[in-house]
Write a protein that binds this ligand. Structure first.
Ligand SMILES: Nc1ncnc2c1ncn2[C@@H]1O[C@H](COP(=O)(O)OP(=O)(O)OP(=O)(O)O)[C@@H](O)[C@H]1O
Ligand SMILES: [Mg+2]
Length: 393
């Protein structure tokens, strides 16, 4: 398998058809940042963890940055504390010289760290104690994505790892992850914020005066609605944040650039379902627009098509016959189930074919639906093996 084919998008064979094979092991051995993205619930966290375990057992020093892993998976990886520090995962086969650290991202804590490192102590203290900051930092839409980027930047700068695997937050829209830094900038730039911050910027005394006398209709109406104290909080917070704003924006941009550099690759995860694949399509197109490298699409929780020799229609026909005659209800039920599974698998393959015809240069890696949830290292190894086995063309 060639690096050329692994690069995905531009790969093509001599006869002009796309070479859609991906050697996931080569990707894991070569890249330094792998970002797993996709819409909600499709298996991003599972895929990220599986890739990280596999890379570590192949000998690399790996960190996996997970977001909200299911509780049992978190426990299996020793992720019991939300402290924003990567911790060694026990149970990894380190004989090839690799190791795995894992951390769960705590968005609020990351935000606090950013404030603490980029504002002088007094100012940082004022921001951290501000109730508005406290609610903003844990609820503002997009901060989680922004913080994931921020943490990636930090881990990358620390230089302790060969490979960082990044899981992305459960967003309605897979593009949120890419848009978050810009959205945060827009928020800080926004008109509403400008109005609110104006009094504070005019200096302490002016600020008091403005608030007590009330100049603008807007400000005083707003003060009635949201309350004077909140308005004061908001104003203080944004003014303080604004002094660090340049820093925020620069770092957001730097991390964004990091995503375009050689060594970074994206893996888009989707379930074999219409909505998830539509999101995946958007994402694939967006990555191409931004010149961000894509390894391929992971189609997760696929049902096997291995035809056991009994077609769906034939098994349905027999099931109907058995039901009509009332002879063997159990056999009829099993046959019915079999027919449904075949129909499901066929539907999944159809959706996959539709995706591939829209994106003929994007390799698709299938991961079979496991019998149970993936909640321990052996489950992750299975998913990893499935990924490595599988450029299903
Ligand atoms: N191939 C698979 N076979 C069986 N179960 C799976 C498979 N992949 C993922 N799961 C299970 O599906 C659930 C959702 O997976 P996961 O948490 O990885 O999705 P996610 O995309 O990270 O979700 P969210 O968007 O909420 O973060 C988990 O319980 C996981 O164990
Ligand atoms: Mg997740």
């Amino acid at each position: 398998m060639s690096a050329r084919a692994a690069a995905g998008a531009e790969a093509g064979t001599v006869d002009g058809t796309a070479d859609l094979t991906v050697d996931i092991d080569a990707v894991l051995d070569r890249e330094s940042v792998v970002v797993c993205c996709g819409s909600g619930g499709v298996g991003k966290t599972t895929t990220a963890a599986a890739l990280a375990v596999r890379a570590a057992e192949r000998g690399r020093r790996v960190a996996v940055l997970t977001i909200d892993p299911a509780r049992r998976l978190a426990q299996a990886m020793g992720l019991t504390e939300l402290d924003n520090t990567p911790r060694r995962v026990a149970g990894i086969d380190e004989s090839a010289g690799g190791e795995l650290d894992a951390m769960m991202l705590d968005m609020k804590r990351t935000f606090d760290e950013v404030v603490a490192t980029h504002a002088d102590p007094e100012r940082a203290q004022a921001i951290l104690a501000n109730p508005f900051y406290q609610s903003l930092s844990s609820s503002f839409a997009g901060t989680q994505e922004y913080m994931a980027m921020e943490k990636l930047g930090q881990l990358k700068a620390a230089g302790l790892y060969d490979l960082i695997v990044v899981d992305t937050p459960p967003t309605r829209n897979a593009l949120d992850f890419l848009d978050a830094p810009q959205r945060l900038s827009r928020f800080l730039d926004g008109r509403m914020i400008r109005v609110l911050v104006a009094p504070a910027r005019a200096g302490g005394r002016a600020y008091v005066k403005v608030l007590s006398v009330g100049i603008g209709m807007f400000t005083s109406v707003l003060a009635k609605i949201v309350g004077m104290q909140l308005l004061r909080d908001l104003s203080t917070f944004v003014a303080a944040l604004e002094t660090m704003f340049g820093g925020f924006r620069e770092r957001a941009e730097a991390t964004y650039e990091l995503l375009k550099r050689p060594g970074t690759t994206f893996i888009v995860v989707a379930a074999p379902e219409r909505d998830a694949l539509r999101e995946a399509s958007y994402f694939v197109e967006r990555l191409a627009e931004e010149s961000m490298p894509l390894t391929g699409l992971v189609l997760n929780r696929v049902h096997p098509t291995r035809a056991p020799g009994l077609s769906g229609s034939r098994s349905l026909a027999v099931a109907e016959m058995l039901t009509d005659s009332g002879a063997s209800p159990l056999t009829a039920a099993v046959l019915q189930l079999h027919a449904e599974r075949i129909a499901l698998a066929a539907r999944e393959q159809q959706l996959k074919a539709r995706f591939t015809s829209a994106h003929p240069h994007v390799p698709v890696l299938e991961v079979l639906a496991q019998a149970t949830d993936v909640h321990d290292l052996s489950g992750l190894r299975e998913v990893g093996a499935s990924l490595a086995a599988g450029a299903a063309g």
